[in-house]
Write a protein that binds this ligand. Structure first.
Ligand code: SAM
Length: 277
């Protein structure tokens, strides 16, 4: 198992979410991931479009009442609560940001689901769970921050034989061998996001973690619209962050804007895998 180059230190990710999290949740309505748009004329709101992407992931888990599901990199818990409400499954969510975990537990309690949905602080790359503890595992846009081989091996370990893993990831779209800078180089650098893989890399990443590939779906055409929609809300994000950290807001805004300017070229995928019996 090799460590990826350009993987952010865990404390860098926590800093990013501590700063940007409250601002993003104000404009993003609780889902910290891209939206799914049918086409460029689709007038769906950000909450509608981000819930659509959540549902594409949840439907692929194929779980029901009595199943135990792990949400890796749970944000503030909106997808996990939605899963419990829609399927009757029990959900455990983990994040390496304590503020998110606290907010997510409040969300579960407010939904009357505290007995069936709980969130805890944990590192996805060193999970505090036994082997084969979960019937299904999902990771909605969280692997972008992780060392992929290490994180996938942990997800495979805690999944029971026959169980499904469903994840989404940002992917590289620059043609292979071209002189174009990769999306990762032009948009993110190495600070907040790990270098992006091509979708084909998952044909090796998943088996290397001991998983069988079930589906690799490129939905780039449906997610690229999200950052354009966010554009007008950036002033609101800036105002929120400035209120909390003053001048440091400018640095964050610069990072967000660099991401957005590169976002037109970020690809996006859903991956489904199964742990062999
Ligand atoms: C883009 S957000 C997605 C959140 C959530 N899945 C959603 O869709 O709303 C990425 C999440 O991954 C979490 N994360 C990043 N690195 C992590 C790690 N090593 N262990 C656990 N969580 C991590 C972040 O704290 C954040 O909650």
């Amino acid at each position: 198992m090799t460590a990826q180059q350009g993987v952010p230190r865990p404390d860098e990710i926590v800093d990013f979410y501590d700063l940007a999290g409250p601002a993003f949740s104000a404009v993003w309505d609780g889902n910290f991931h891209l939206g799914y748009w049918f086409d460029e004329n689709d007038q769906a709101s950000i909450p509608e479009a981000t819930d659509r992407l959540t549902d594409l992931v949840l439907d692929r888990l194929q779980v029901g009442p009595g199943d135990r599901v792990l949400d890796v990199g749970c944000g503030i818990g909106k997808p996990a609560v939605r899963l419990a409400e829609r399927t009757g499954a029990e959900v455990v969510g983990i994040s390496n940001n304590q503020g998110q975990v606290d907010q997510a537990n409040v969300r579960a309690a407010e939904a009357g689901l505290a007995g069936r949905v709980r969130f805890e602080y944990a590192d996805a790359m060193a999970q505090p769970f036994a082997d084969a503890e979960f019937d299904a595992v999902f990771a909605l846009e969280s692997i972008i921050h992780m060392d992929r081989p290490v994180a996938l091996a942990e997800m495979a370990r805690t999944l029971r034989p026959g169980g499904r893993l469903v994840l989404t990831d940002m992917i590289e779209t620059a043609p292979e061998g071209s002189d174009e800078p990769t999306v990762a180089e032009s948009a993110f650098g190495a600070t907040d996001f790990v270098r992006l893989p091509r979708i084909a890399a998952y044909r090796e990443l998943l088996p290397a973690a001991g998983l069988e590939v079930v589906e690799l779906l490129d939905i780039t055409q449906h997610t690229q619209h999200t950052m354009l929609r966010l554009g007008p809300d950036i002033a609101q994000v800036h105002a929120h962050v400035q209120e909390r950290v003053g001048a440091a807001a400018d640095e964050l805004l610069k990072r967000v804007m660099v991401s957005i300017s590169g976002a037109a070229r970020i690809g996006y995928m859903i991956g489904v895998a199964r742990r062999p019996r």
